[in-house]
Write a protein that binds this ligand. Structure first.
Ligand SMILES: CC(C)(COP(=O)(O)OP(=O)(O)OC[C@H]1O[C@@H](n2cnc3c(N)ncnc32)[C@H](O)[C@@H]1OP(=O)(O)O)[C@@H](O)C(=O)NCCC(=O)NCCS
Length: 173
């Protein structure tokens, strides 16, 4: 799907809109990501680099929610192949092989914009961009807000796995 096509599906509400990320969004994405790292009280499981996000922009693997020019949320999505060298992804795929599915995540919304439907809007734009293809992801077992949000988005919890000392739940849809 082209950039024009995704923009024709842009979701606009009173205070945010969703569309494909551009290079100009990366500073804002990194700021939202940083605020949600465990050392800042957040629940993200990994930290992606500026270069990774730039590549995701180029591949059209990244959607953002913007309020004005500020990034208030983002979601990445890739093929399995693109992340198959990452041990945590390997652990998920060996616990629940699902070759038809693309990988959803990370998804993250700025604290002040939570419970306004930003994650739901990002996810539905992503699924439209992927033409409703099968999707899978993992969530830390103790991340109840994210588990609830993913169930609300229509995904189901299908398997658990352990990586290091952390338990994760696999969701698919
Ligand atoms: C998980 C996260 C992405 C949800 O984003 P969000 O924009 O607040 O979610 P939405 O507003 O779209 O919520 C949709 C539904 O999910 C559920 N939900 C979302 N947050 C919830 C929470 N804290 N507790 C319970 N249910 C929740 C609700 O059913 C909600 O619908 P409602 O508000 O009408 O009741 C957000 O909390 C976040 O960024 N957390 C930190 C980073 C993170 O954990 N990312 C996921 C890693 S797997």
């Amino acid at each position: 799907m082209t950039t024009d096509a995704i923009h024709s599906q842009t979701t606009a509400t009173a205070d945010f809109s969703v569309g494909l990320a551009s290079i100009e969004d990366i500073d804002g994405i990194l700021a939202v990501q940083e605020a949600n790292q465990p050392e800042h009280g957040g629940r993200l499981s990994a930290r992606f680099t500026r270069e990774w996000f730039a590549q995701a922009v180029q591949n059209q693997w990244l959607l953002v929610a913007r309020s004005g020019t500020a990034v208030v949320g983002y979601v990445a999505f890739t093929s399995q192949q693109a992340q198959s060298q990452i041990p945590l992804i390997q652990a998920m795929l060996s616990a629940y092989p699902n070759p038809a599915a693309y990988l959803h995540g990370p998804i993250c919304v700025a604290q002040d914009f939570r419970r306004r439907g930003v994650a739901s809007a990002l996810f539905s734009a992503q699924r439209a961009h992927r033409q409703q293809a099968p999707v899978m992801s993992f969530i830390r077992e103790d991340n109840q807000p994210s588990r609830q949000a993913h169930i609300a988005m229509g995904l189901r919890e299908v398997e658990m796995f352990t990586f290091g000392s952390t338990r994760f739940v696999i969701v698919t849809g």
